[in-house]
Design a protein around this ligand. Structure first.
Ligand code: GLU
Length: 426
């Protein structure tokens, strides 16, 4: 299951570590540990068989000191309040790390989109948009896609919202189709951003890319682009998986052929020339770079010891449990944490929001150049903070606080606290 017990408690672990380094007052930590608003809605939805099914939807606004809440909407059978709270908390930190003027939010519906028709998904989305419409808005809370949602779902959402508002407000949601105000480059932004973060990491830690063996868990929308960019620089994609299983080939697999194969067969399993592996196997296959790009809680205390990668780039949100994080750290692995590695998606979402408000649109090149700058700056800032706060970025010592994750939270928490102070909230 995607949600191991006490997910939210576990999500707060790096905040507590950062708070200890920064000597934050316990009451401030308490404020940061609690979301500002939690919304739970029932969404009665007419199914294709004529019956009404009631789905449960969530929207959590974790912290809005730095700006309106911002974060995706997840459609998955494992969605629950604890998960959405964790995802919203991660968004507050992620948005602060890349310096976009947003707080953190997240939404979700407990459903299985893979088993629903397009019509059912549209009615569910419109019902959800109507149910949360008073709590979202271009200056209030701006959703986007996450696991199980896509540009089409954003299109239905914005349509329903604008009908209720009685006017066109495209910036209420991001990662829309291009024809209705989506930004160029948003489709590949998470992968592109993770690639830029990877480039900074390999430069900083002197890890050779040419010939590096890359293993990816979750070969979906966010992983397919980074696989291509790394392949183009001479990496070998030796293992990939999705919810149906996986494919392994020590010689490497062509990422674009893999993407085409998955599009056709809806699975990477059975990719020509590959050996079949399980969904979880890419985590522990012998490799140099590991990219967990599926769900939370995949690298655990049970399998962390078997991870061989020197560099782990977290494209998924929360793929590593705190216990596993400690094991990886002790092994000397370098983890580019989710709140930094996958922040390219929300960064281009911010660009989309800006373009929607200006009514003036940028080219692919402009978006890419701006994204690269943001990701490089964020990585450097995290690394600088690690040094300034004596976080040992060489990871040679085994002190619990000596990792890039703690350094990322140091970066984020300082910005969020500064905003709360400036507002007089603390
Ligand atoms: N769901 C994505 C994330 O976890 C994107 C959020 C956004 O673009 O607002 O970062």
């Amino acid at each position: 299951m995607p949600n191991p017990g006490n997910l939210y408690e576990k999500a707060l672990t790096p905040l507590k570590k950062a708070a200890a380094v920064l000597n934050l007052e316990p009451d401030v930590v308490e404020v940061l540990s609690n979301p500002e608003r939690v919304l739970i809605v029932s969404i009665p939805t007419r199914m294709d068989n004529g019956k009404i099914k009631v789905f449960t939807g969530y929207r959590v606004q974790h912290n809005t000191a730095r700006g309106p809440a911002k974060g995706g909407i997840r459609y998955h059978p494992g969605v629950c309040l604890d998960e959405v709270k964790s995802l919203a908390f991660w968004m507050s930190n992620k948005n602060a790390i890349v310096g976009v003027p947003f707080g953190g939010g997240k939404g979700g519906i407990t459903c299985n989109p893979k088993e629903m028709s397009a019509g059912e998904l549209e009615r569910l989305t419109r019902g959800y948009a109507a149910a949360i419409s008073k709590f979202v808005g271009v200056d209030q809370d701006i959703p986007a896609p996450d696991v199980g949602t896509n540009a089409q779902i954003m299109g239905w959402f914005v349509d329903e919202y604008c009908k209720i508002a009685g006017k066109s407000i495209p910036g209420v949601i991001t990662a829309k189709p291009l024809d209705i105000g989506g930004s160029r480059g948003r489709g590949t932004a998470t992968g592109r951003g993770a690639f830029f973060a990877t480039l900074e990491a390999v430069k900083t830690y002197k890890i050779p890319l040419k010939g590096a063996r890359v293993s990816i868990q979750g070969f979906g929308n966010v992983a397919q682009p980074i696989a291509k960019y790394l392949f183009d620089l001479g990496c070998r994609i030796i293992a990939v998986s999705d919810s149906t299983g996986g494919a392994f080939n020590a010689k490497g697999m062509h990422p674009e052929k893999l993407t085409k194969f998955k599009k056709k067969t809806r699975s990477v399993r059975g990719f020509p020339g590959s050996k079949e592996i399980e969904t979880i196997d890419p985590i522990t296959v012998d490799c140099d770079i590991l990219i967990p790009a599926a769900l939370e809680g995949q690298i655990t205390k049970e399998n962390a010891d078997e991870v061989t990668a020197k560099l782990i780039v977290e494209e998924a949100n929360g793929p590593t449990t705190p216990e596993a994080d400690k094991i990886l750290h002790e092994k000397g692995a370098i983890v580019v944490p989710d709140v930094l590695a996958n922040a390219g998606g929300v960064t281009v979402s911010y660009f989309e929001w800006v373009q929607n408000r200006m009514g003036y649109y940028w080219s692919d090149e402009e978006v890419d150049e701006k994204l690269k700058k943001v990701m490089a700056k964020a990585f450097k800032e995290v690394y600088q903070n690690a040094k300034q706060y004596q976080v040992d970025t060489t990871l040679r010592t085994k002190r619990a606080e000596t990792d890039l994750r703690t350094a990322s939270y140091l970066t984020a928490v300082q910005k969020i606290v500064a905003a709360m102070q400036a507002l007089g909230r603390i």
